[in-house]
Design a protein around this ligand. Structure first.
Ligand SMILES: [Zn+2]
Length: 139
C-alpha cells in the first residue's frame, strides 16, 4: 500500500512540478494583494479567481466563493492528491476515472482527469477486479 502511494507520488511529482511552483507563487501573490491591494491587471484577475482560506496556521488556496456562505472548493495540493482521489475513488465503488473525477470535483477545484486515471492505474483493488473479470470470461 505504501509502495502504491510512493509510486503514485513519484509520477505525480513529474506531472505537477510546474503547478506546484505556481501554487506557491499564487499564494504569495494573493497574500501581497490582501496586504497592499491589487495593483496590476494580473492582481485583479487573481483576486477574482482565488482566495485564501486560513485553516489554523495554514493558508489554503481555494476557488473564489460567490458569497461567504457558499460552499467552497479546495485547491488540492500535492501532498493531498493521493488522499483526495482515494476517497473519491472509494466513494464511487472503484468506478472508472470519469466517475472518480466527478466525485472528486465536488470538493476539489483543481483535480484533473489525468491524475484520476493515473491513480486508478495504480489501484490494486481495480487491478484485482479486472483479473477476476478476465477469469470469469475464460472459465
Ligand atoms: Zn480502484
Amino acid at each position: 500500500m505504501s509502495d502504491f502511494k510512493e509510486q503514485f507520488e513519484q509520477k505525480l511529482d513529474n506531472l505537477l512540478q510546474s503547478r506546484k511552483e505556481k501554487r506557491a507563487q499564487w499564494i504569495a501573490q494573493l497574500l501581497k494583494i490582501e496586504k497592499e491591494g491589487p495593483k496590476t491587471s494580473d492582481d485583479y484577475n487573481m483576486k477574482k479567481r482565488f482566495e485564501i482560506l486560513r485553516v489554523g496556521d495554514d493558508d489554503r488556496l481555494i476557488r473564489k466563493r460567490k458569497g461567504l456562505l457558499t460552499e467552497f472548493k479546495f485547491i488540492v495540493c500535492f501532498e493531498e492528491v493521493h488522499q483526495a482521489i482515494s476517497v473519491a475513488h472509494s466513494a464511487v465503488g472503484h468506478g472508472g476515472e470519469k466517475k472518480t473525477f466527478k466525485e472528486g470535483q465536488k470538493k476539489w477545484a483543481n483535480l484533473t482527469m489525468q491524475c484520476c486515471q493515473m491513480f486508478i492505474s495504480f489501484c490494486i483493488e481495480c487491478q484485482r477486479r479486472k483479473n477476476v473479470e478476465y477469469i470469469k470470461v475464460w472459465w
